[in-house]
Design a protein around this ligand. Sequence first.
Ligand code: HEM
Length: 406
Amino acid sequence: MPSTVAGIVDSLLNDHPLALDDPYHLYAQVREREPVFRTERGLWVLSRYDDISRALRHRGMSMLAQLKANPRYATSPTLQTQAASMLFFDDPAEHARQRRLVSQAFNNVTVRDLSVWVRQHVTRLLDACLDKPAFDFMNDFAEHIPVAVICKMLGVPDRDIETFRDWNFLITSATAVNVPDEKMAKIEEATRNLLAYLDDLLADRARHPADDLITKLIQARDQDDRLSREETTALAFLLLVAGSDTTSAFLGAALAALLREPEQFALLRERPDLMPNAIEELMRLHGPVHFGLIRTTTEPLTVGDGVEIGVDQPVWTLLSGGNRDPRRFPEPDTMDLTRKDTRHLGFGFGMHTCLGAALGRMEASVALGELLRRTASISAVEETVSWVDHGNLRTIAALPVEVTPA
Ligand code: HEM
């Protein structure tokens, strides 16, 4: 591993750091040695909690400029056009408008109502997993939850869930460090297919409203304003690609971490009331989205000890570095499921804070809660796990576990 901060940052940007067993010591080195670092090519890298939260709260930050400049997307024009029209990449006024409209349709009530279905789905999956003395927590369980939940929420019939899983897997792999051209062609095809499917679904719900999110998005209104057909399709697309692998990656990281900390795991078993706090502490320590998307300043930003970042500068935030900043969290690398202050950056911060945070928390809490309730013991089959750098996401490839049913 490189020893200079420049070398470490270069490796974070261009290698596969998220596939490492412990990328956290790299973030710690950057944070402790050069908390406000500028690469030779002019990218500002922020790694302290306070600087990251300040930058993400700052109104003068655009994601769109970076997206347009990203050559990787040029080989998938549909994905590029699609991404550019998504809420995620919009600039402040347009983003606020769409977020207001979508929040009417996708809010805590939607999430609460959905929790009953999620529990049933998780129970069905666990019935099959617990039939055997061992199963793969990732491939047999965690990866089957989020896409199904989003399909259920949108109103996609069960028979199409697997197709959605395939499309989603391809599309989200577009953010990986290196994507060969032939793969980009498949990503382009998956994007077109998914969009065409969503467009048909939308046309159907416009004619036959149902009790689902697509219908609520069509009906959402803010005075005279409403979402256009393209915006509604783009939002449905975004929910799928932003909400699936993130949630399963978190579930895997959370269970793997608990298996390495038997005392904390036993505490959670004894005290299910700790689950909401445990989710936050696990997200702080092992949130799967390690970096914020690169933004470009549209207004100057002051960070660190008065460093001014001018206009038109790309800024990168090491969310997972901030989450273990000792200035913000005492004993930051220690797992303490009873920790009081867990205001982490795992769901981002500021205007682009995760729209699906409540849903992600609910899914994680139901999945881990049911797993604990239905088992007397769980242990890892292998001592080490292998991590896949799935784009910006740190994901466990497989997590075989042995279980004793309760
Ligand atoms: C537990 C798993 C999840 C994690 C760790 C996670 C993490 C994040 C992070 C870090 C961001 C901000 C990225 C940035 O600012 O650069 C974000 C944004 C977003 N997330 Fe999540 N997410 C999760 C689950 C979900 C779910 C379940 C959904 C929806 C179904 C979702 C939808 C979104 C959307 C739409 C945005 C963009 C919000 C905006 O730009 O206003 N996420 N997420």
